[in-house]
Design a protein around this ligand. Structure first.
Ligand code: FE2
Ligand code: FE2
Length: 168
């Protein structure tokens, strides 16, 4: 999988997601400033929610447990999970909204603030500690990448899906 080679390590891969999220929130603000149709705003809002859900899931399934074991800072990990839970609440609200919902813009803005605060915490604390730890950040890249692609293509389970029975 040559695409994984473009990432130096797990932090590099995860921070690429952060940069994309930052751009998406700016794009959303641009749609608001331009008075774009509500359907266009909702479409981008749902894309943001989908991408963030994949990102938090690969962190929680793969990156966080291994970093937790390596840095032995449970308080920091719990705080990160609390921030994820806060983001998930806003994501759930957005996913349940109709395009005409008057609260959509404010909820996306609130999600953006929560996510960007969390990104700063990861960059300034968690990622730094991870890079100074014994966690195999390079070794995690293919696994993070594969799981990300699997989730993006609609997979949700923690294990690869079994073969479907073919109706005769
Ligand atoms: Fe995170
Ligand atoms: Fe993250």
């Amino acid at each position: 999988m040559s695409a994984t080679l473009s990432y130096e390590d797990a932090v590099d891969l995860l921070d690429a997601d952060h940069k994309l999220a930052q751009k998406q929130f700016l794009d959303y603000q641009g749609l608001c400033d331009d008075g774009a149709p509500k359907e266009a705003r909702q479409q981008l809002a749902l894309k943001i929610c989908q991408d963030l859900s994949v990102h938090t899931q690969i962190e929680e399934e793969i990156f966080y447990p291994r970093v937790r074991a390596a840095i032995r800072d449970d308080a920091l990990m719990e705080e990160a999970l609390r921030e994820h839970a806060e983001a998930k609440k806003a994501i759930g609200r957005i996913q349940g909204m109709a395009p005409s919902d008057a609260a959509l813009d404010d909820t996306v803005k609130q999600l953006g603030a929560t996510v960007m605060d969390h990104v700063m915490d990861e960059r300034e604390q968690l990622f730094l500690k991870a890079r100074y730890s014994t966690a195999d950040l390079r070794g995690m890249v293919p696994e993070l990448y594969a799981r990300k692609k699997e989730l993006q293509s609609g997979g949700t389970g923690s294990k690869p899906a079994g073969k479907k029975k073919v109706a005769s």
